[in-house]
Design a protein. Structure first.
Lengths: 390, 435
């Protein structure tokens, strides 16, 4: 393209006989400058369009040394960042300076760590838990309202409080081989990353460096979500959604995550969530809850299990759930470009409508104190949808 | 004039401002409540129901072991059929409709309600209010009516001489046909009369045509209301062994203002148009026209309903229906408290004579009626028969044209047969209504 332009300029210079030399020179400068600008724009646009570069930065920003260490030593000091209770200061894969919890489980009073409050904490003592919940209820760092360390959360071995009752996931449709002794954050024995890969670090490879603006409000691109760990909702490979920039540290009915839901059962596996929904992810381990066939879960009138990935009925008591309730969130069949404060009959019941993902202060990782209702006089989240049964 | 108009305009503006201020105040108050008490909710219909009661609500023992509170949804509904990795008792079987812990309804003896509402083997941790029958709780007969002592037993009687019960499959068949939008194949026939999320211990019934509202709990839904609307009066029968207290609550109230309008409730199904097949009897049930006031032959009506008596309480005074019988007194009189009340038109409640679930006798008839236990004698023939004893709870009778052992052979709802019909009613044609 540049050659063509210069040829044009040469042609133009052929007319210099009838023009003032200075004027020609000035014109040529202007034209060159404009053409250079145009070329630069076209070049950048082309690179953006074919994916060579992106308009946004990677998910994680900062110095490489914040997360990586070349020799696990600096000035004779070990470079590992340890989570609360961790003691292993040895080098980690990918030259990392910490385990998952080393970054995400500081165990302090802050729910968001880092200079930019951009490291969400899954184990902390802050009064406000993030959307995923807080493993601190398992460890006892935070007081449990109901239940015990086995029943208030997903007991990943990383936090040092393995499940002592269950040895495998209840409803383990796909025989995941996950046990109370190997259940971890990511990979084939966890939830995050690529569940086809055994090693949790390899399963997460590249995710933190991926530009994931398509998961962010204002630039949601549902179609292109889920193809890699980095492009999946909260690095849950295959899951789609809209990510609140504060992980719901300061949520409201119009500032919250948006979850992907579906209105059909779909086809999932141990490593792939059906319909790219968050309920599909849960079903990778708890599929028999979600149903393996219509015989298991039934259909409307009557359901055999409480359904997930089903639209709220458009009649009766359900029609009174109209304002997004953070206690009982719904999923969307189409992820909005900005969090919506409304609820309609096209919205979807999901596992996270009732449960947290990591841990909660309540028995069975519930989002409210279901077990002690109605004696506790507190809200029963069931009534957010089942409005006539309060 | 202009000044007056100005004043009116100012007054209107002032009123508007006051209304706005009031609205703003209320909104602020509501917002403050939401801020300071975001997680508390007011009691709703379920929490006011018997099942949702925090003191005596549903409490399946296998769930209470895990610490689930009384009244919690989980006692009946299993979202995942697993708690702590195991299915709580009762175990086994495939997943059940409505996420219930067992099949909703299978047969007369297999119903999810029975798991708790039964005697031995009940899953409910404890009952503070045993499900005795109507004659026990509202008839006051705590001596003779200790059976049945559960809903299961009432619907599956293994006691009694000629037991009867509401056939649940028949109930389901009928309500499915009558209200197909409400009742499906998977519905529970118990829910035709009860709403498990709504029914209260004191007011347990809902009409099948209106399942979202309790029936009988407020003015306009009482027996006194039905009677007044149909030209008659309700007289409460005596409580058991008493001549001074009355059903249903043992109080001095006699006009039915303290009693649900069971007639409107029961006639949601058992009315003068619905055709209801009884697989127990092998025929359609008699139609019941409790609201019909006319004696006209062919009209579905009953003297125990809205048709006025032909005779006085002593059976010897023509009440204006043109009785030509010279020996009317032979037909007998009414017993107390009906005799003294001497109302022109007694409109009875269905529950004055019938048990709602089941009975040790036929047609769900009560064995304690109007304060007396009438079950001392066996069914006829020969006389004295239980059937006659049943009727003698309220009636005396001095003469009869036939046998005296089974009144029910001839006297039943909407009967027309000649001998015992009101043959002499001039306004009723040749045949009128006897019962």
């Amino acid at each position: 393209m540049n050659c063509d332009v210069w040829l044009l300029l040469e042609d133009r210079e052929g007319y210099s006989d009838i023009m003032q030399a200075e004027n020609v020179e000035m014109d040529n400068r202007k034209i060159r400058s404009r053409l250079a600008l145009l070329c630069s724009f076209l070049l950048i646009a082309g690179m953006v369009l074919n994916g060579t570069i992106s308009l946004s930065e990677a998910n994680v920003t900062g110095n490489c040394s914040d997360c990586h260490t070349m020799h696990n030593s600096q000035n004779g000091v070990n470079m590992q960042i340890l989570a609360l209770g961790e003691t292993d200061t040895g080098p980690k894969g990918f030259l990392l300076r910490s385990t998952c919890l080393g970054c995400h489980g500081h165990g302090t009073g802050k729910s968001l760590e880092g200079a930019y409050n951009n490291i969400p904490q899954v184990l902390h003592s802050n009064a406000t838990d993030l959307a995923g919940g807080n493993f601190a209820y398992i460890t006892g760092m935070k007081a449990r309202t109901s239940g015990d360390s086995n029943t208030v959360g997903h007991n990943v071995i990383d936090i040092g409080f393995s499940e002592t009752v269950l040895t495998s996931p209840p409803g383990d449709e796909y025989s995941t081989n996950i046990t109370n002794a190997n259940f971890t954050c990511a990979g084939a024995r966890g939830c995050h990353g690529d569940r086809t890969i055994e090693d949790k670090l390899i399963a997460m490879k590249g995710a933190h460096h991926t530009d994931n603006h398509i998961l962010k409000f204002g630039s949601i691109d549902e179609k292109n979500q889920g193809s890699s760990t980095g492009l999946s909702y909260r690095f849950l490979k295959g899951v789609k959604g809209g990510e609140d920039s504060l992980w719901e540290a300061a949520p409201s009915s119009i500032a919250h995550n948006e979850y992907k839901g579906s209105t059909s059962m779909g086809t999932g596996s141990a490593t792939s969530p059906a319909n790219n929904t968050v309920s599909g992810l849960c079903a990778e381990c708890h599929g028999y809850f979600h149903g393996t066939s219509s015989n298991e879960v039934g259909s409307q009138d009557p359901w055999l299990r409480h359904p997930t990935d089903i639209a709220l009925p458009p009649s009766g008591e359900y029609t009174y759930y109209t304002t997004y309730n953070l206690t009982v969130p719904v999923a969307r069949t189409s992820i909005p470009d900005n969090p919506s404060g409304g609820v309609s009959s096209s919205d979807v019941v999901m596992c996270l409508s009732c449960h947290r993902a990591h841990a909660s202060t309540y028995y069975k990782i519930m989002r409210w104190d279901y077990k002690n209702w109605p004696g506790n006089g507190q809200i029963n989240g069931c009534n957010v949808c089942h409005t006539s049964k309060n | 004039m202009v000044r007056l108009e100005l004043l009116i305009v100012r007054k209107k503006h002032l009123k508007k401002r006051l209304v706005s201020l009031l609205c703003a105040f209320c909104s602020a108050l509501f917002a403050l409540c939401c801020i300071f008490h975001p997680d508390t909710v007011s009691s709703g219909p379920y929490l006011d129901s018997a099942h949702g009661n925090t003191a005596y609500g549903v409490d399946r023992s296998s769930l209470s072991l895990f610490g689930y509170a009384k009244g919690n949804c989980a006692h009946c509904h299993e979202q995942h059929a697993s708690v702590g990795g195991n299915e709580p008792s009762p175990q086994g079987g495939s997943a059940s409709g409505y996420a219930l812990f067992s099949n909703n309804f299978t047969s007369q003896s297999e119903d999810v309600c029975y798991y708790c509402h039964r005697g031995t083997g009940s899953l409910q941790s404890s009952f503070s209010h045993i499900n005795y029958d109507y004659s026990y709780w509202f008839g006051g007969d705590t001596i003779n009516q200790i059976q049945p002592n559960s809903v299961f037993d009432a619907f599956n009687p293994t006691f009694g001489e000629n037991p009867s019960y509401h056939n649940l499959q028949d109930v389901l068949n009928f309500v499915k046909m009558k209200w197909p939008e409400t009742f499906k194949n998977e519905s529970n026939p118990c829910s035709a009369c009860h709403n498990p999320h709504l029914s209260k211990r004191s007011y347990p019934i809902v009409k099948p045509s209106d399942r979202n509202n309790i029936w009988g709990n407020e003015a306009g839904k009482k027996m006194s209301d039905f009677a007044a609307a149909h030209g008659g009066k309700y007289q409460a029968p005596y409580r058991y062994n008493s001549t001074s207290t009355y059903e249903p609550d043992g109080s001095l109230t006699t006009d039915g203002s303290n009693m649900p309008d069971y007639v409107t409730f029961c006639t949601d199904c058992h009315n003068d148009t619905n055709v209801i097949y009884s697989s127990t009897l092998g025929r359609n049930l008699q139609k019941i026209g409790w609201a019909q006031e006319s004696r006209t032959y062919g009209a579905v009506a009953d003297y125990h309903g809205s048709v006025a008596r032909c005779f006085g309480v002593d059976g010897n005074v023509d009440q204006g229906c043109g009785c030509s019988e010279l020996n009317c007194s032979n037909w007998g009189s009414l017993k107390e408290p009906y005799h003294s009340a001497n109302y022109m038109n007694y409109i009875l409640s269905c529950t004055d004579c019938h048990e709602p679930h089941g009975s040790r006798r036929q047609y769900l008839l009560r064995t304690t009626v109007n304060g007396s236990w009438n079950n001392q004698v066996p069914p006829g023939p020969p006389a004295p028969s239980w059937e006659r004893q049943f009727c003698l709870s309220c009636h005396t009778h001095n003469a009869h044209c036939g046998n005296l052992w089974n009144c029910l052979n001839c006297h039943y709802h909407n009967s027309y047969a000649r001998c015992f019909a009101c043959t002499w009613c001039a306004f009723g044609g040749v045949h009128g209504h006897a019962f």
